[in-house]
Design a protein around this ligand. Structure first.
Ligand code: AGP
Length: 649
């Protein structure tokens, strides 16, 4: 149970189609045509109809003894990574409920909050606009018409129109949000049922869609209510206080004791305790668990960016993987997983982006170590262009977040076909983890930067452990080899100036190439993705020998070409390819292993086991990307147009 179930079950953000996103984000509300908003709403509805789980926004709530404003604002800051365009808090005291909210960042919200208002109960929200434009009016919290109920909501209510028509035909709504319908319904049913808890549970039973809710009742400010269905939420426990949050990170400032919430559960929080109920009002018992991470895991500390911190964490992640998966030098792993892999006649790795690149390295490992034929598929392609599947396949889903909709669509499909599945993820409570037959965890700790770094190396390392376990006895002493990898990673991250210089000297053009052969080609793909996604330099990862079949036409004076050389069998071939591009004016950089290096190579890395070289050759490329983006002054942790987890197909 540990670290990763805390940050999320999901690290989600909802992303509309790029076009709609641009329209919604790029325009002040007044300029957005109503039909665009309607179209966005319909689009979300269709996504839901197709079974795509949509999560967005962030929630935090607190009831205790300390002034709540900073607790909420600090908690919301920890949820910023999810992406948002507006934020707000509501606090309640003897003078009633006070709401502070606006479009823009948390830093701006801090300037809006009235410091003189004191309160020990409150809810907060970061909003990523879906129903209605990002503006003050649509920002959460929202209230019922009398102001008695104030709520924050993460999710999408699909039947809000029907609910408006059936129960609230004459209601005067202030916002365009589906959330306000929930607040209005609660008040409506409180009048009818004369019992707040009953009313909220009744409203829950009427809602179709996803929600994580925090509710304040001005009539009873010593209670905080919460409810959950499909959107992520955790309870945080403390001495004299209790909390809710979209993930543990929002609450770690106050506690490391958490309780999970299942779908369709209703929660009553007071200062003294928390009770979870099912929809029928029957109390549910659930044990708390202790977070294995502390606030420093999710703080940048002295780092200017999460990405740099996460690059630096890689040696520790590799050591943690060894700790988790080895005992007395032997691999310890659920035998059911080992059996599932051993009995497969072919492995199908399904993943997207960086995780897919880790899957390519995994293919090499499964084939070389365990002798099992392995295919790697882009998840978004597999569903609609399904290849012929072998007799006894095993599907391996690789996903940092465990929430990627493209991969989930494949999982749904292969489950319908009756095939077994394994998810390799950083997030145990995640959708892919819950829905697959088996899960292997990455133990990488929270990865906050959108650009994935430590999750990639953890994905490669965990696949190596699995492949070695399935292979049984072999000459490879994996725990020792991984320990060497961790040390070599450290020797790379200890000399960052070198990569800063390379980024400055070589990445001066609007394009760049990474080339490599064999497993270095897979690392070239990942290196190219990393560089393009944060520095916006158009970069291609290429099989070095393939350049001359067309792409070499793009090489001109000054084009940066970075070659990766870690495999003896292709050392000379790749070097020939470097000469070819150099002769055509390219500015070349070579990253090589020491035993294969030549005097002129710019980056030389100490040797590791030949099957594990991607774990170390990727690190300089991560640092080069980081410094290229830094030199361009881009938002490194939150690059434009990207989400940490892509929860729509
Ligand atoms: C990589 O830096 C990106 N963030 C992206 O390619 C990512 O790896 C991809 O979206 C898959 O995400 P997942 O691992 O959470 O499934």
């Amino acid at each position: 149970m540990k670290v990763n179930r805390l940050f999320g079950g999901c690290l989600p953000a909802v992303y509309l189609s790029r076009g709609l996103q641009t329209k919604l984000r790029g325009n002040p509300y007044d300029k957005i045509e109503e039909k665009v908003i309607k179209k966005a709403t319909l689009f979300l509805y269709l996504l839901k109809k197709e079974g795509v789980v949509i999560n967005m926004c962030g929630i935090v709530g607190y009831i205790g003894t300390q002034d709540v404003k900073d607790i909420l604002l600090n908690g919301l800051e920890k949820l910023e990574y999810r992406g948002y365009d507006s934020a707000g808090i509501a606090v309640v005291n003897e003078n009633g409920v006070h709401i502070f909210k606006d479009k823009g960042r948390i830093a701006h919200l801090r300037t809006v909050v009235d410091e003189t208002v004191l309160s020990t109960v409150g809810i907060g929200h970061t909003r990523w606009a879906t129903h209605g434009a990002p503006n003050q009016r649509n920002s959460h919290p929202h209230q019922s018409s009398t102001g008695r109920f104030t709520i924050v909501h993460n999710g999408v209510i699909e039947n809000e129109l029907e609910l408006r028509q059936e129960f609230l035909p004459n209601y005067k709504f202030i916002s365009d949000t589906d959330t306000e319908v929930i607040a209005a319904l609660i008040e409506h049913f409180v009048l009818e049922k004369e019992d707040v808890e009953l009313a909220i549970r009744h409203v829950m039973s009427l809602l179709h869609g996803s929600y994580a809710l925090g509710v304040i009742d001005a009539g009873n400010p010593d209670v905080l209510y919460a409810a959950k269905n499909k959107s992520p939420m955790l309870i945080g426990l403390g001495e004299g206080f209790n909390m809710i949050g979209s993930d543990a990170m929002a609450m770690l400032q106050c506690t490391n004791q958490f309780v999970e919430i299942e779908d369709e559960e209703f929660i009553k929080l007071t200062r003294e305790g928390v009770t979870i109920y099912n929809l029928l009002g029957v109390p549910v018992k659930r044990s708390p668990f202790t977070a294995e991470l502390d606030a420093s895991d999710i703080e940048k500390g002295t780092y200017p960016h999460y990405m740099l911190k996460e690059i630096d964490e890689q040696p520790y992640v590799i050591r943690r993987i060894v700790e988790q998966y080895f005992e007395d030098g032997q691999i310890k792993m659920d035998q059911k997983i080992v059996d599932a892999v051993q009995s497969a006649d072919r492995l199908y790795i399904i993943a997207a982006g960086t995780s897919m690149h880790a899957g390519f390295v995994g293919k090499q490992l499964f084939e070389q170590l365990a002798g099992i034929p392995t295919e790697v598929h882009i998840s978004s392609e597999f569903v609609y262009n399904t290849p012929v599947i072998s007799k006894n396949p095993l599907f391996i889903f690789i996903s940092q977040s465990g929430e990627t909709a493209d991969s989930r669509a494949v999982l749904v499909k292969i489950k319908q076909l009756g095939y077994p599945s394994l998810t390799i993820t950083n997030v145990p409570g995640s959708t892919l983890s819950r829905e697959a037959d088996h899960t292997l965890l990455l133990h990488a700790g929270p990865e906050i930067a959108v650009a994935s770094t430590k999750a990639y190396t953890a994905q490669v390392a965990v696949q190596a452990v699995l492949a070695a376990k399935v292979a049984g006895k072999s000459d490879l002493d994996l725990s020792r080899e991984l320990a060497i990898v961790a040390n070599v990673m450290e020797s790379i991250t200890d000399h960052k100036e070198q990569y800063e210089e390379i980024a400055k000297e070589y990445l001066t053009q609007r394009n760049c190439f990474y080339i490599g052969r064999h497993v270095d080609y897979y690392v070239a793909l990942e290196a190219a993705l990393k560089l393009k996604e944060i520095s916006y330099i158009q970069t291609e990862g290429f099989a070095a020998g393939e350049l001359k079949h067309g792409t070499i036409a793009l090489i001109e004076k000054g084009t940066p070409v970075i070659a990766i050389i870690s495999q003896e069998a292709v050392n000379l071939n790749t070097r020939s390819n470097v000469k070819e591009v150099k002769a055509r004016g390219a500015n070349t950089v070579i990253i090589s292993l020491r035993s294969l290096s030549s005097e002129t190579d710019q980056i030389v890395i100490d040797d590791v086991h030949p099957l594990l070289t991607p774990l170390v050759t990727v690190v300089p490329t991560q640092l080069i990307s980081y410094y290229a983006a830094l030199q361009r002054d881009f938002d490194i942790d939150k690059p434009r147009n990207l989400a940490k987890s892509v929860t729509v197909e």
